[in-house]
Design a protein around this ligand. Structure first.
Ligand code: PHE
Length: 361
């Protein structure tokens, strides 16, 4: 009897030594199979229990079970440790030195639209605006209805909307035709004071030198209890001066109409078209750059806020257009052709992030 117990102890020591000696997960698995597998040393001993005298079995049964559990636990521990070691080794092997300089033959550039987006975000960020987002595939409600553009409104035709197929309930999703739906989504989510800009892709079925089916807009929305037209003017003036880097920029707020703002204004900046190219900040011509206005009470209500308590302004402008104007790019379609020569020429250095103190461009 004592012989059997001694034998077990010896076996235990051997197996545990093999477990802790296993240097990788494969070796450990071999150890497991040789002990606990179908024909493993411990399994065979357990099979022998049936043929033992009852007295002997009473002793050996629990002992063998204990041994089996002990080995199982030791293997699991070792496995965890080996796994960790393997992971460490892999991470060390896959380490990338991000401080290495860019390889000259793979020099990428920042697309003018991304550059302009970064610049705009910098300027409005400095004025306390946060960046908001919304989906590109919108419901009729967010893209039109909530913005005071009901089903038969003529403004719908102007939008050249891409519609999806009708759904079972008869409704149709659209590719958003402007970033204005983010106004509604923001009001639904956030209590005033609201101060956001919402840049992103927009879609209209239109294509020529200055229109592409996909383009970029940036929306602005300010809502609180006392915001008025003076704030709108100041904000857009400061933006234009900073963006075009012209201190005495001439600006004109021209009465216009949008269903979602009242009153509505389009903003023109002073420029010259001499010699067939646009120059911002000089000359006596005007160039329209954005749409704006005081948010219509209907829209505030559609956003879930009380228009008797809250008011504010909104604006929207084309990012691609801003890029064309600021960087003298004449054909919008080239923006989306992914022509490497064009990108190298008009692209910006990835290392020169635009900042207000450091300079925008
Ligand atoms: N959504 C308008 C457009 O796409 C722009 C706009 C936004 C006008 C906000 C006024 C206020 O033309």
């Amino acid at each position: 009897m004592t012989g059997a117990t001694e034998q077990l102890e010896k076996l235990e020591q051997e197996i545990l030594a093999a477990v802790s000696g296993a240097g990788d997960e494969r070796t450990l698995e071999d150890v497991r199979v040789s002990a606990l597998g179908k024909k493993g040393s411990v399994s065979l001993l357990m099979k022998g229990l049936g043929g033992m005298e009852p007295e002997e079995r009473k002793l050996m049964g629990p002992a063998l079970n204990g041994l089996k559990n002990k080995i199982g636990d030791a293997i699991a521990d070792r496995q965890g440790a080996l796994h960790e070691v393997a992971l460490e080794a892999r991470l060390a092997g896959e380490r990338i030195d991000v401080t290495l300089p860019v390889r000259p033959e793979r020099k990428g550039t920042i697309h003018p639209v991304s550059q302009v987006l970064d610049e705009v975000v910098q300027i409005f960020g400095d004025m306390g605006f946060a960046v908001a987002e919304g989906p590109h595939i919108e419901t009729d409600f967010y893209n039109f209805e909530a913005l005071n553009i009901p089903a038969e409104h003529p403004a719908r035709q102007e939008h050249d909307t891409f519609y999806f197929n009708e759904r079972e309930d008869g409704s149709r999703m659209v590719l958003r035709t402007h970033t204005s739906p983010v106004q509604i989504r923001t009001m639904e989510k956030q209590e005033p004071p609201i101060r956001i800009i919402a840049p992103g892709r927009t879609y209209r079925c239109d294509s020529d030198q200055t229109h592409t089916p996909m383009f970029h807009q940036i929306e602005g929305l300010v809502i609180d209890e006392t915001t008025h037209l003076g704030h709108l003017k100041w904000c857009l003036e400061e933006f234009c001066k900073a963006f075009f880097e012209v201190n005495d920029l001439k600006m004109r707020f021209r009465a216009s109409h949008f269903p979602f703002t009242e009153p509505s204004m389009e903003v023109d900046i002073g420029c010259s078209f001499d010699d067939g190219k646009v120059q911002i900040g000089v000359g006596d011509d005007w160039l329209e750059i954005l749409g704006s206005g005081m948010v219509h009470p209907y829209v505030i209500r559609a956003g879930g806020l009380d228009p008797d308590r809250y008011q504010g302004f909104a604006f929207g402008m084309g990012l691609d257009r801003l890029a064309m104007l600021k960087y003298g790019i004449s054909d919008l379609r080239a923006f989306f052709e992914a022509d490497l020569r064009w990108l190298r020429h008009y692209g910006f250095s990835a290392l020169a992030q635009p900042t207000l103190p450091g300079g925008l461009s």
